[in-house]
Design a protein around this ligand. Structure first.
Ligand code: GCO
Length: 452
């Protein structure tokens, strides 16, 4: 009982959020490099220029992970660092960095998991239309193949795209993430379709170029749902809401539009009807490409909505009580979503699940005793992991958990004002301090979660 023997206990980061050295090692510009320089877009004018300086400290950072007992590290490759314009020459200096990082991980017996796209769209591709230009399907595929060919001898796990909901929704609808646009709905649907085709092409290329059998996955996100009570009616209402299709003005934030095509090979009927007037041409060939079989399914899960069945037989959102527990960035603390989310996802998609991100932001401080006492993060993670364990015991095929994040980092439009790490980063000195939660997590890993 509990978690599988070979459960993958990990931590996650992404390139722009930690690497720094944005204009070094012959890196090309990405949309984030440009966006952070626009006026008033990012909290207090912060940028990822230095971030956690990971490009220079990666050896120490890997050692730190080893000391924390971490079994697996999910990191992303910055497309613009390895192919500066996105489609042309490969930048050896950029490749050499990831090569060396992977070697360090292997030496430390930490399983490397690569995310290919955690939002660093090469600026040159953006200038050519970015996700609206269908050529991106081939460009992204080529990039994926180059990475697989070079690293698959040491890397077994490849996740194609991270949170398409966010980079399309926040980047092109709400305009709060790079490139900061508010475009029309038609364009966003077309971009989304290209994103999924690019994912499919990447899966093909990873298989074609890999030097051995690898595991290929996808890492979307979304608000989960959980029932108000264990009554059949509430559970049914919750399941329904989880896969429901929102109104068009909020369309990107959902699960089934982004996962049904990839895993089930078709867009959800409800969406095809609701969004008909905005959709691009969708061919059978597209659907075949999009649903190129994957091995594993990643989900970034942070919180969820509580649902019950209403008197009139329609699901309703249960209002949270005043003073409901929230993290520093005001996200509700809803551990149940790590039970019900994976359970519903597994029922529908029947793929092995990895929680590719979960964690919380807190206003951490270094205490007088030089430690960081982040009890709230320990309690948060204990509760969430206990729910995940329950799901695993109920037969949901859960294979791994990656805490977001290894260390405090650049939280997109919020800059460095949010701290998500198990490790505290003093940005002035680049000193790392293991928070109490890091020691606690080490113990959880050692006991395979049996001491939660
Ligand atoms: C996301 C990204 C991460 C975030 C994390 C906390 O979910 O937006 O994958 O890069 O930093 O989720 O917001």
């Amino acid at each position: 009982m509990g978690f599988r023997e070979d459960f993958l206990w990990g931590v996650a980061t992404s390139a722009y959020q930690i690497e720094g050295a944005q204009n070094k090692l012959n890196k090309g510009l990405s949309i984030w490099d440009v966006y952070v320089r626009e006026n008033n877009k990012i909290y207090d004018g912060h940028t990822g220029d230095i971030a956690c300086n990971h490009i220079q400290t990666y050896k120490e950072d890997v050692k730190m992970m080893k000391d924390m007992g971490i079994k697996s590290y999910r990191f992303s490759i910055d497309w613009s660092r390895v192919i500066p314009d996105g489609y042309g020459n490969v930048n050896e200096e950029g490749m050499a960095f990831y090569d060396s990082l992977i070697n360090e991980l292997v030496k430390a017996q930490i399983e490397p998991c690569i995310t290919l796209y955690h939002w660093e769209l090469p600026y040159e591709i953006y200038k050519k239309g970015g996700w609206l230009n269908e050529d991106i399907v081939q460009w992204f595929g080529r990039y994926a193949g180059i990475i697989a060919e070079r690293f698959s001898d040491r890397v077994k796990f490849f996740f194609t795209i991270n949170e398409p909901q966010c980079f399309i929704g926040l980047g092109y609808l709400n305009g709060v993430h790079a490139p900061g646009l508010k475009v029309n709905l038609r364009d966003t649907f077309e971009m989304a379709h290209n994103v999924m085709k690019a994912h499919g092409r990447a899966v093909q290329m990873i298989r074609e170029k890999s030097k051995r059998d690898v595991l290929v996955g996808y890492a979307p996100t979304c608000g989960m749902t959980y029932p108000y009570s264990n009554s059949k009616e509430d559970i049914e209402a919750t399941r329904k809401v989880m896969f429901s299709i929102p109104e068009a003005d909020n369309w990107t934030w959902n699960i089934s539009w982004w996962s049904d095509p990839v895993i089930l090979g078709k867009y959800p009927e409800e969406g095809l009807m609701k969004y008909e007037q905005y959709l691009p041409k969708i061919t059978e060939e597209d659907m075949k490409l999009i649903s190129e079989p994957i091995d594993i399914y990643g989900q970034n899960i942070y919180n969820g909505r509580c649902i019950r069945m209403g008197e009139d037989g329609r699901p309703v959102d249960v209002k949270r009580k005043d003073g409901y527990a929230r993290t520093a960035n005001n996200w509700p603390v809803t551990p149940e979503c790590l039970y019900w989310g994976p359970k519903f996802l597994y029922e529908r998609y029947k793929k092995p699940i990895y929680i590719t991100e979960n964690g919380m932001s807190a206003h951490d401080v270094i205490s007088k005793d030089s430690h960081v006492h982040d009890d709230a993060r320990i309690e948060f993670t204990r509760k969430y992991l206990s729910e995940l364990k329950k799901a695993s015991e109920d037969g949901v095929d859960i294979r791994g958990y990656f805490h977001w994040s290894l260390m405090d980092n650049f939280e997109w439009d919020k800059g460095y004002s949010e701290r998500f790490g198990l490790v505290y980063v003093d940005y002035e000195t680049q000193q790392r301090v293991l928070k109490d939660s890091a020691y606690w997590y080490k113990d959880v890993i050692k006991n395979n979660g049996n001491n939660l």
